[in-house]
Every structure is written in structure tokens, then in C-alpha cells.
Design a protein around this ligand. Structure first.
Ligand code: CP
Length: 312
């Protein structure tokens, strides 16, 4: 595996999950593997978990991480081809990616969508440009349409928390005050489609995700019906895909509550808005896996980096 940019870069999810669990038991086992190697973490957007867990993963492998808030601290980067750069951008991605490749053995990028231009967001302009112009492997730390490190993490967390052969997993839309991207939901769906789970999606009408991603996964517009016999309920807000990037539903009747989830385990990628997405009584109960999920971000990233280095 050269790059890790999509859940489809996982060739065998079951074996990756087992390998991640083994790394978690002995995280410093491969300290020699990354010795004298550097990973550059480039953030076009905010982060807590991805920023820290990916650095931790690199350190566990003996790598040196260097981090840049690229939108705030670097020159404005131009992504257009043949652009006359007489505007606000000062450096082209062709030079920027080539230069960073000289300092780093792996480049990891976080770049969210605009949520105003579906075609541009789906082209994954930033991630694709790094893949095209960097001479080293590229890792996706959440792009316009996917968050494959989170998707792998969530698969590991479900595997660790079930004894059932085929648990029921529900991805439920939840309310939010802002228009949010589809990336986490997309990668979670793609991961669940590769796992041996009974997987359904629950969202209000007007919030169906990209049908090229949901494929034949069952979609309920009735949250209560979807939650019946659920073992895991994963809450996430996303803005409308059909009415791209917009929010039409603002009432709280889809908020996750203790009563709604019953005996199911609760999952969320974090950060989460308490008493908007989910009530305190869920997050503060032993049904919540959110802290465990965040811990597993380290081992998902460590496994991905290990595979990238071993392939290099
Ligand atoms: N889940 C996640 O990606 O968290 P951050 O946005 O804080 O990195």
C-alpha cells in the first residue's frame, strides 16, 4: 500500500483489525521501523484527535512527526492548473508538495470540503493534488468525502466490543447547529459494508447520503424502527447531500437519548455537542464508547503508518 486515502485501501479489514489489536497490546514493538523517518502532518482545518493520535502513532513507531497548520501559517496554496497567480495565493501545490516531500517520508493531509460546490468537493482537489505532486506516500487525515482513519478506528472498536457473530449496527443522523461534511459517515458506511454486521442507516427525509456510497445498505427514515435490536448506535450529523451542504431540519427530535438507544452501545467520532447530538445521560453512561474510540485512533494510524513504511 503506497497511500492510505480511502477505506478501499484496506485489502483485508478482518486481518487489519486483528493486527491493530495486537499493536494495541504492544505499541512500542516496532520502534526501529520508523527510526530516522519523518511524517509531516498538514492541517488545513482544526483537529484534536487526529492531530495528537497520529503524532502518537508516529512516535510509537520511532518516527519524528512535524506538524503545520497550513491554512494559518503557510503561504496561500494554489491548486488550479495553469492559473495566473495574481490573486491571494502565493505558492503552487506543484512546488509545495515537492518541497514537503524532501523533508518528509510520509505526508498526511486534512482538508475539509467547501460544502458549496459538490463537484469540486467530490474531485478531492487538495488530497488528489498532494497524491499527484508529492513523491512520498500520502495519508488522508479527513478529506472532503472520507475519513478512513476514523472508519478503520470504528471497525476496530466494534470488533473489540462485541461477542456476537453478526451484531446490528445503526448509523443515525443527529441534529447539529452547523452544516457538517459527509466524510465520517461515508467512511463508516464503507467500513461497515466490509464487516460482517447487520448494518442500517437512519436519517430524516432529505438527508440520504450519496447513493454511490450507501449502495444497497437499508436506509430508514424512522429512527425508532431502525434502532430495534441495535447493538451499536453510531450518531453523526451531516448536511444534506441532495440539497448540497444545506440544513433543512433543525428540530431536536432526532437527538440520541438513553431511552432511544436502550441496551445498545453508543459511538461518535467526537467532537460532539452535548444535548444537541446526544444527551448527557448517554455520554456519561457505560454505554458510551466514545473515549475508547478516540484511543483507538492511535492504533488505526499506527497500523496504517506501519503498512506504508513496510511497503516503501
Ligand atoms: N474524530 C476526529 O477526527 O477528531 P478531530 O477532528 O478532533 O481530529
Amino acid at each position: 500500500m503506497k497511500n492510505y486515502t480511502h477505506i478501499d485501501d484496506i485489502d483485508d479489514l478482518h486481518s487489519w483489525i486483528e493486527e491493530a489489536k495486537a499493536l494495541k497490546k504492544n505499541p512500542l514493538k516496532n520502534q526501529e521501523l520508523g527510526k530516522n523517518k519523518t511524517i509531516g502532518l498538514l492541517f488545513f482545518n482544526s483537529s484534536l484527535r487526529t492531530r495528537l493520535s497520529t503524532q502518537k502513532a508516529a512516535l510509537n513507531l520511532g518516527m519524528t512527526p512535524i506538524v503545520m497548520n497550513i491554512s494559518e501559517d503557510a503561504w496561500g496554496i494554489e491548486f488550479g492548473d495553469k492559473t495566473i497567480m495574481n490573486g491571494s495565493t502565493a505558492e503552487h501545490i506543484k512546488e509545495a508538495a515537492a518541497v514537503v516531500s524532501q523533508y518528509c517520508d510520509v505526508i498526511a493531509v486534512r482538508a475539509f470540503p467547501s460544502l458549496t460546490d459538490k463537484e469540486k468537493d467530490e474531485s478531492e482537489e487538495v488530497l488528489t493534488a498532494f497524491m499527484n505532486y508529492a513523491s512520498v506516500p500520502v495519508m488522508n487525515m479527513e478529506s472532503a468525502t472520507g475519513h478512513p482513519l476514523q472508519g478503520l478506528t470504528d471497525a476496530i472498536t466494534i470488533s473489540e466490543n462485541t461477542t456476537k457473530k453478526k451484531p446490528k449496527v445503526v448509523l443515525s443522523w443527529a441534529p447539529h447547529v452547523k452544516a457538517l461534511p459527509h466524510a465520517v459517515a461515508n467512511s463508516f458506511i464503507q467500513a461497515m459494508q466490509k464487516m460482517d454486521v447487520d448494518f442500517v442507516i437512519a436519517n430524516p427525509k432529505g438527508y440520504d447520503l450519496n447513493p454511490e456510497i450507501t449502495k444497497n445498505t437499508r436506509i430508514y427514515h424512522d429512527q425508532e424502527a431502525a434502532f430495534k435490536n441495535a447493538d451499536f448506535v453510531y450518531a453523526k450529523n451531516w448536511s444534506s447531500y441532495e440539497d448540497y451542504g444545506n440544513i433543512s431540519k433543525t428540530d431536536m427530535d432526532w437527538m440520541l437519548t438513553k431511552k432511544k438507544i436502550g441496551d445498545a452501545k453508543f459511538m461518535h467520532c467526537l467532537p460532539v455537542r452535548r444535548n444537541v447530538v446526544v444527551e448527557d445521560a448517554v455520554l456519561d453512561s457505560d454505554h458510551s464508547l466514545v473515549i475508547e474510540q478516540a484511543n483507538n485512533r492511535t492504533f488505526a494510524a499506527q497500523l496504517v503508518l506501519k503498512k506504508i513504511i513496510e511497503n516503501d
